[in-house]
Design a protein around this ligand. Sequence first.
Ligand code: PMP
Length: 393
Amino acid sequence: MSTKRIYMDHTAGMPVDPRVIEATLPYMNTFFGNPSSLHSFGQEPRKAMEEARAKVAELINAERKESIIFTSGATESNNLAIKGYANRNRTRGTHIITSSIEHMSVLNPVKYLSTHGFKTTFLPVDQYGFVSLENLEKELTDETILVSIMYANGEIGTIQPIKEISQIVHRKKAVLHVDATAAAGQVPIDVQAEGIDMLTISSNDMYGPKGVGALYFKKGVVVEPLIHGGGQELGLRSGTENVPSIVGFGKAAELAKTEMQTESERLTRLRDRFIKGLVGAVPYSFLNGHPTKRLPNNVAVRYSFIEGESMLLSLDMLGIAASSGSACTAKTLEPSHVLRAIGLKHEEAHGSLLFTLGKQNTEEEVDYVVSVMPDIVKRLRSMSPLTPKELKE
Ligand code: PMP
């Protein structure tokens, strides 16, 4: 085992920024009151929570802080947006459109609705992961009430043309929900300029605490709550709020807003150096996703004839943490639905490796990983029955 520790799996989980931790601590003990309480102990947490709401609203240029509802994370926000909107608006129509490369927390609520009276369409994507705008236009009908398309895909990095998508959706009087979990904090998002009606974001994907997220609603967009109770969060998400984590999320959003541009430029340089190094050094290696319209931290590659899991274990022995695809489906042996949807065959999808970079990664780390990959691939290919003879020599 190596003593080196190189973490390059930031899409699965991020360290919490020390400044965020510091901001949350007073709300664990000093200001422990319930924000709904009328007495003075409730005032400080309530004020801090509303400040956090304003900071999250600012990050995505929401028109007002009341457009933000705090949830337990991206999965809940996606469920609330999709099931909540469909259930509240079913008298207007019963057709929902999404793409085939969404996260399971979008795909599964849509599939659930298909067993509860809704018609559903899963749009295909091209080799880079882009939804075809013509296809979207063709599938929209007078019955379509909701379209859910992700801002960017965490597995292949591809960033969708959200503004164009929203214009098409709005021409048909439907509403656009965008899962921006992988994108928020990496690239600027402007819900007003881009015409987004509902937007999902998550705290841990921008160096905030896990287990807290948000859903943005444009004024006039109404949903049915999933969780009923004491009526917190405008009655849309009952339950005593997770104040320390919400405060941390607010701090993380504030830091993302001020530091994103410099950090994303740094990451883009690292990303491109990394991709060039990996794909340039080994024959039969390829980039997954689009070369430029991709998240600054996303390096997704695939190597023919070998398995992502074997590469992961070899990297882990050297202290390097990467992923073979989405962490949420890593336990199943099925190849990722995203990689299949961009047209990869089973065996091609299985040879994929995903590095997602973060604030602490350096050029030296990138160069080190680039330097160890050729030997790992060569050794695994020498043992694989799929490798052509000439590559084994
Ligand atoms: N949407 C996307 C695009 C994701 O990448 C993820 C996982 N980070 C989620 C939703 C679900 O996030 P969580 O598990 O934090 O609810």
